[in-house]
Design a protein around this ligand. Structure first.
Ligand SMILES: [Cu+2]
Length: 351
């Protein structure tokens, strides 16, 4: 018959007790409150955990706030900033959507105190989210207001001369001060993207010349309560072809510092695009939930029901989900290094 505690049992019990106290201390720190219900009954056992090297229970992040007004854009607004263009009708009845886009050099405060000398479409990172319906005529008046040649290369069907690639015609190399009009029919429906295709390509993309391009199916997608666009990218502030920060919609840590508010039971649709340069893969992980995933948005039937998706550069897809319980839920790259360098956000789910 076994008697008493084995050494193994003793260590296990002791280890758990130790872990328990440390865990509770971390929770207390994270909530900045000694009166938190979780810690109330244990307060006698608590000793403050000294802050050292990020082990104080707080999330990695920035202190302070970038100047969104000076930057000219706020990632919270970019989530729902769908640009449908100036709409008119062609003689053949086709819907025409016209857009004005200018390439601009622009200094963007990427994290508090650090200016990134970006190249932008319309002064923002990412550029405008163009949105249209399958079969629409898209006409983009592009003006290069910068000091380098740039182009606009769209994913989707179009003639070679509208591909925005050097060597394919006048649209393939728009010099500083020049203009060009890209025109094509929106096809196929799905979630696409556009970016500069001037060389060296990695530099032109990494400096900020990219954006999402949504083509809705003719019959539409099933209605949801909220739609938002998220463009995942890196920021290489010292131009050594290594990303120093990672972000969604321009500013690292933005949605951690400014959680996205949604409600219990709401149907959420996220248009997720990866344009990350220099790293092979990016990812999106949703906490305490699962989503239906539509790769490239080219089918109305989800391909997967999951909580994590991996995307290479230019891969994209549509996520649909609903939260059952109120609270704060992280979403982030499950490349954890990216998460701790800025690709981290929060959904605040309200009752
Ligand atoms: Cu360019």
């Amino acid at each position: 018959m076994k008697t008493g505690f084995s050494r193994r049992d003793f260590l296990k019990a002791g280890g758990l007790a130790l872990l328990g106290t440390t865990g509770v201390a971390a929770i207390a720190q994270a909530n900045h409150s000694d009166a938190h219900p979780l810690t109330h009954n244990h307060s006698a056992n608590l000793t403050p955990t000294p802050p050292h090297g990020g082990h104080d229970g707080n999330l990695p992040g920035t202190v302070g706030e970038v100047d969104h007004d000076r930057n000219g854009f706020d990632p919270t607004n970019l989530l729902t900033d769908f640009d449908y263009g100036k709409v008119s009708r062609l003689p053949n009845g086709q819907t025409l959507r016209e857009y004005n886009v200018i390439a601009l050099n622009k200094s963007i405060e990427i994290v508090p105190g650090i200016q990134f000398p970006a190249w932008t479409y319309n002064g923002r990172i990412p550029g405008p989210t163009f949105r249209c319906t399958e079969g629409d005529r898209i006409r983009i008046h592009f003006n290069n207001g910068s000091d380098h040649p740039h182009t606009m290369h769209f994913h989707g069907f179009h003639p070679s001369e509208m591909d925005g690639v050097p060597g394919t015609g006048p649209g393939g190399n728009i010099l500083p001060g020049e203009t060009f009009t890209y025109e094509f029919d929106a096809d196929p429906f799905g979630l696409h993207l556009y970016h500069c295709h001037s060389f060296p390509l990695a530099r032109h993309i990494a400096k900020g010349l990219y954006g999402a391009f949504i083509i809705d199916p003719k019959e539409g997608r099933p209605p949801v309560d909220r739609e938002m666009v998220m463009v995942m990218h890196g920021v290489d502030i010292d131009f050594d072809d290594v990303n120093d920060f990672y972000a969604v919609n321009g500013i690292p840590f933005h949605y951690q510092n400014h959680p996205i508010q949604i409600k219990v039971g709401e149907k959420i649709r996220v248009y997720l695009v990866n344009i990350l340069e220099f790293d092979l893969l990016n990812s999106f992980h949703l906490h305490a939930n699962f989503f239906n995933y539509y790769p490239t948005g080219t089918s109305l039937t989800p391909a997967e029901f999951t909580d994590t998706v991996i995307q290479g550069q230019a891969q994209r897809g549509i996520l649909e989900f609903t939260y059952k319980y109120p609270g704060m839920y992280m979403f982030h790259a499950h490349v954890t290094e990216f998460a701790e360098l800025g690709w981290m956000g929060m959904f605040e789910v309200l009752p």
